[in-house]
Design a protein around this ligand. Structure first.
Ligand code: ATP
Ligand code: MG
Length: 650
């Protein structure tokens, strides 16, 4: 029987992180037990382990008896997918351990979990007569292989995953291992624990490439003078760094921190960052900040964590009677994540937490200026932001508080009141001339100016893009040869962490906007409304592949809506003076965004859309566009060849 496909998720080529977990010792235990007991036990185990995967925003792909396969980055990409997958791996081991402690069946303690995690390109789509959604490819096979080399109760990750998680975990290099189908051995790493430092720069490279911060002198001066203002006025003040991803907000925070913490300044500096996955945990930002300050670690058992917390408070409140100290400690336990917390605390409870936290901060400041750096404010939970507002508006109980926060533009857009609460510093793209590139990357100084100029312009003014380009160049032959002479046809392969970020950005769009972005990517960095309509009306796409099935009746409205939303999300802009007089022209904000959107599309969809675009172009009056049309026909033919060559028809 064939079931008509009604795909819930688009079929795409995606960057994903795949996790395999396998319960060792299960089979030998199961042989000794009645199968009803075995079934109950499996249910109990999966119940717990699935919850861990879900809590880390993973997609449970399948259970394989005593094994589990989960995916991050498909069907949807989130922020920090690879990081979440590895954190889930560590947590899964703890969860199985907890499960074993709850049952009295003898021999359960022998059960141990082995976890393998790997990241890379996959094809996400539907397989089998039951049309199950899954991911396929080498990346998946390697994840399974890594799981096999993992010691019981350990998480082993591949090189790609390590690169994506940056410095978030402590890892140990394992002996290289051979994998079926690969000639070169692969390098596995065992994850030891989460790293202590949570205030890291998101993109900091694992390989030690020296970068100097450039082009932010004015912003640095401005921030230092705002700090002087706090010192003189002894009133709270907040600066908000507002900029797109990768513009250098976190880096500026880091450098400012180094500068303020250096002598002769005498300040207390506390830092925390919000995470995408914690945006609904009340007070998370302040919890992270105080946990940092008091040395509480995620892996601490509750008793240890409680001791550190109360011990720290006792020290701060040493002048006060013991019961006051314990009262404060108890009252803040929930916000510190040391006791059950309601998902949305009552206004009175929140007011009390606000008041007590302000008191704790006052004591931490100890009459000196207190600097608080809060990164990624776009992910801060509501309660944390309310507490921040409270601190800034504390009236005569005000602290000499210097808050420097960083956020992507969506933060100010959705909460414009922060324009009044904070001094907003907007970080503009940097003009990367040859000399600025060389200053940022001393390793590149011997390179010809023309190459540096070219690299600078490819960065589109974004220091993160620049860094990724430099890293990939240094790895490629161009760099290895040491001459720095770029071949005329050099192309920047999109580095994985950039791809992950932009993929997540596209996935956060509405269906209309995302579809329009994907269609437009086939047209090119520059596109026209007419070309999108032609693409959208092209024959119904097989299996809804790419999620691009648009009923022809509503195509026009769909495209117009999608385009409007894409522009509102600032991922594409209208351009004045189109090449076609009757057509409004648009441009993708960055060429990388266009490339990532394009890379998601399966070849057969590319073929179809290229063809539709070619037809549309060939009907334009100006003959210059005939050559563009020919290019699209060629791309269509090429994609069609690849499609039948590599994939079964759907
Ligand atoms: N002014 C600069 N000069 C040289 N390198 C920089 C500069 N600013 C940032 N970088 C480098 O670019 C990369 C991205 O910077 P950073 O992480 O600070 O961006 P961000 O704005 O915080 O991005 P996100 O919104 O994703 O958090 C980092 O590796 C950083 O070291
Ligand atoms: Mg940042």
């Amino acid at each position: 029987m064939s079931i008509e496909p009604s795909p819930r998720f688009p079929e795409e080529r995606r960057l994903a992180t795949v996790l395999f977990a396998d319960v060792q010792g299960f089979t030998s235990l199961a042989e000794k037990l009645d199968f009803e007991t075995v079934s109950d036990m499996l249910k109990g185990i999966w119940n717990r382990l699935d919850r861990v995967v879900e809590a880390h925003n993973g997609y449970i792909d399948k259970h394989l008896g005593d094994g589990l396969m989960a995916v991050w980055g498909a069907p949807f990409a989130g922020d920090n997918d690879a990081e979440q997958a590895v954190a889930a791996g560590l947590e899964l081991i703890r969860a199985l351990h907890d499960f074993c402690q709850t049952t009295s069946i003898s021999g359960v303690a022998e059960m141990k979990l082995r976890v393998g995690v790997n990241s890379g390109l996959v094809f996400a789509g539907y397989v089998g007569t039951r049309r199950e959604y899954t991911v396929l490819g080498d990346t998946v096979n390697l994840a399974a292989r890594l799981e096999q080399v993992a010691e019981p109760d350990s998480v082993v990750i591949g090189e790609n995953t390590l690169r994506l998680v940056g410095g978030s975990f402590r890892v140990r290099r394992l002996p290289p291992t051979l994998v079926k189908g690969k000639t070169e051995p692969v390098q596995p790493y065992a994850v030891e624990s989460a790293a202590l430092q949570i205030g890291r720069i998101r993109y900091q490279s694992a390989d030690s490439l020296q970068t100097c911060m450039v082009g932010r002198e004015a912003e640095m001066e401005r921030l230092c003078s705002l700090f002087d203002e706090v010192e003189r006025g002894r009133l709270p003040l907040m600066a908000l760094l507002d900029a797109e991803l990768g513009m250098g907000k976190s880096r500026l925070l880091l450098e400012l921190g180094n500068r303020l913490a250096a002598p002769p300044q005498n300040i207390t500096l506390l830092t925390a960052r919000a995470l995408a996955q914690t945006s609904r945990i009340p007070f998370y930002l302040w919890r992270a900040l105080l946990r940092n300050r008091f040395g509480l670690r995620d892996e601490d058992h509750r008793e240890v964590a409680l001791q550190k917390w109360q011990g720290g408070l006792d020290n701060l409140y040493r002048e006060e009677p013991v019961n006051t100290r314990t009262e404060v400690g108890n009252a803040l336990q929930a916000m510190m994540g040391l006791a059950e917390q309601e998902s949305s605390p009552s206004p009175e409870a929140s007011r009390r937490v606000n008041f007590l936290t302000a008191e704790v901060l006052r004591r931490l400041a100890d009459n000196r200026p207190l600097a608080i750096f809060l990164d990624d404010l776009q992910w801060a939970d509501r309660e944390s932001l309310n507490l921040l507002t409270y601190l800034l508006q504390a009236g005569d109980k005000a602290l000499p508080l210097f808050v420097v926060a960083a956020a992507r533009p969506e933060f100010l857009k959705s909460q414009p009141q922060w324009h009044n609460l904070a001094r907003v510093l907007h970080l503009e793209p940097l003009a990367f001339s040859a000399s600025l590139v060389a200053r940022a990357y001393p390793d590149l100084q011997p390179w010809p100016a023309a190459s540096l100029e070219e690299i600078g312009s490819r960065s589109e003014g974004n220091p993160y893009f620049l860094e990724e380009i430099v890293k990939s160049l240094l790895k490629s032959e161009t760099g290895a040869a040491g001459t720095g002479t770029l071949r005329p046809d050099w192309a920047v392969a999109i580095p994985e962490s950039l791809r992950a970020t932009l993929q997540a950005r596209l996935d956060s769009l509405s269906r209309e906007a995302r579809t329009v972005a994907l269609l437009a990517s086939v047209v090119g960095r520059v596109f026209w409304v007419g070309s999108l309509l032609a693409a959208a009306r092209s024959a119904p796409l097989p299996g809804g592949a790419g999620g691009l099935n648009i009923p022809p009746m509503v195509a026009e409205r769909f495209v117009q809506d999608g385009l409007r939303q894409l522009v509102r999300a600032e991922l594409a802009f209208p351009r004045a003076g189109s090449q076609f007089s009757e057509e409004q022209e648009y441009i993708f904000k960055s060429s990388y965004l266009r490339d990532v959107a394009y890379s998601l599309l399966p070849n057969r969809v590319r073929a179809q859309v290229h063809h539709a675009v070619a037809e549309w172009l060939s009907q334009r009056r100006d003959p210059a566009y005939l050559s563009m049309a020919r290019d699209h026909e060629e791309s269509a033919a090429q994609a069609a060849r690849l499609s039948t060559g590599s994939l079964p028809p759907l």
